[in-house]
Design a protein around this ligand. Sequence first.
Ligand code: CTP
Length: 405
Amino acid sequence: MIPKYLDFTYQEGKSIHFAITGSIAFFKVLELIRNLIKRGSSVSCSLTKAAREFVTPLTFKALGCDPVQFDMFSLSETYSHLYPGVDPDIFVVAPATANIIAKIAHGIADDLVSTQLLAYNKKILVAPAMNPRMYNAPQTQKNIQTLKDMGIEIIFPETGDVACGEKGTGRLADILYIYFRILKAIIPQDMDGQKVLITMGPTREFFDPVRFWSNPSSGKMGAALAVAAWLRGAKVTCISGPTDVWLPNDIEVIDVVSAEQMFNETLSRWKDSNIGILCAAVCDFRPKNLHSQKLKKDSIKSSLIIEFEKNPDILAKLGNLKTTNQILIGFAAETDQNFKELAIEKIKRKNLDWIVANKINEREVGFGADTNEVVIIDKYGEIQPISKMSKSDVAWRILDLVNKK
Ligand code: CTP
């Protein structure tokens, strides 16, 4: 469920409590809970009576939830109405019915889940799932607004087909998105207020309508950086070449194809950004002539000769415009043994604060891989080697450095 390049580890040792209420969408939450437990979180849960019509408490016990609560008047757990799980860091209501939302909004405490929610004084996340007519009902909308006003975080449902056969808004949010919202809710927001601009993925330089010049960049490193910065509270904008990486909707993504488009889109947003991280694998050259029709092979006598011209250097341009309040980080993918020296030279030439350099002809490093092995070099030439680790961990460390500055 969780892409390897986004496998952050902050949830390890954290305690998460789930309230399951009466919705068929419960089955999606099972995978979410499994993934949290697999990654070192302790998960507990409580079920409403309606939830138990859909699924048994044993299902959650078998997944590893501990405790699994459903009886308000249990003799073994006298105060379970006050204590969801074991002092959880966060309380997640997913799926949340219109009924539980109404109860939270009005302070109704007439069963285990609603009393636990009333007594809980840390962060609550609510992920509604219901029929679109129930979701759009003014009562529900008003109750959701009340929850928001109380500081409860809403993970808004999606629009599309719902289980009862109707179409509309009310489908439980994407489970991967809920996973990351839980992470974000427990991660310190040490990048709150920062505006981060990221370039990522390859560019494509077309020379006829069906053929282009490019490179194997997957965008995974850029996605890891973007999600890490968002998880830590930053407002993130990505200027992305063609990739199929996953990004949450809260991150603004501007899709581009060519280096020139990437240049224009990045440049126009630089003035309003505090941090620029340029990890796109930009094609340095583009075919000089773009044929409007497909080049027919019979029109080529023996070899096809294409003339290339230089693309603008986005990183150098941003470095040139950089103010003292801005931080600029570049990447350097090299195949040469003296890649560190080449990277240091790039810091100076492009006026950077840091460069992240890697040798891309090593196994499982760089283009397309889920792992990376890099050295991070600052503008004074200080080198910090990062051994081979997941791109998510590399991203986290890069942001640690930026935050210490
Ligand atoms: N970069 C950029 N615009 C370009 C080329 C590169 O913004 N037209 C950025 C990349 O995103 C990366 C950094 O510059 O952050 C280094 O890219 P790289 O291709 O390694 O270096 P170049 O400066 O292009 O030099 P060379 O290819 O000669 O090593």
